[in-house]
Write a protein that binds this ligand. Sequence first.
Ligand SMILES: Nc1nc2c(ncn2[C@@H]2O[C@H](COP(=O)(O)OP(=O)(O)OP(=O)(O)O)[C@@H](O)[C@H]2O)c(=O)[nH]1
Ligand SMILES: [Mg+2]
Length: 195
Amino acid sequence: MKVTSTEFLKSSFSENDWPIGSLPEIAFMGRSNVGKSSLINSLLGVKGLARTSSTPGRTQSLNFFLINRKFRFVDLPGFGYARVPKAIKSTWGEMVSSYLAKRSQLVLSIHIVDSRHEPTKLDLQLHEWLEHSVKPRLIVATKSDKLSNNELKESLGRAKRVFSKDRVITFSARTGSGRDEIWRTIESALADFNH
Ligand SMILES: Nc1nc2c(ncn2[C@@H]2O[C@H](COP(=O)(O)OP(=O)(O)OP(=O)(O)O)[C@@H](O)[C@H]2O)c(=O)[nH]1
Ligand SMILES: [Mg+2]
């Protein structure tokens, strides 16, 4: 995909605040601090478009970006920051589950996990919602630069086991490894939507 334009559209805190119009959307979701914003910036080749920080839980709204004036990326708030499973029922749960359940133009959900760690309870909860919504989804195991090849293989196997054999792509925002493969998945989801 050649990225010719990127534009921050808006931050939304509630449903009646989501952008109008039926452009297809690709949503990025996962644990706080896992690297959602870094993945978006890397895919778009723009530093700092999606805010990254070392302070977990910084992204607390749905952030919409317009790409090539044709589709949108949505940076969803990270979960797990509150440290307790109750976080599922809090703002994060409401914002994310209602977006996943109601947004008809959602063409691909990208669930980002840390390749170094076991998926958390909230990762499994999110995965259940995604399975339930029966829409295309992709697991991205990020921060792969922090693992050896062997460790990475193990991590990939674990992710496939835990996430019902969903497609898993390992990625590093630092080296860009995995980036092209993720783009191919996005392109095919967009092509399906336009048919
Ligand atoms: N080594 C390495 N560090 C990464 C990678 N991706 C993200 N990071 C670092 O991890 C931290 C969190 O990254 P963000 O992209 O802000 O994570 P986020 O998921 O958007 O975080 P919240 O919005 O707060 O939930 C930052 O310090 C990044 O530099 C990666 O692939 N490799
Ligand atoms: Mg973020």
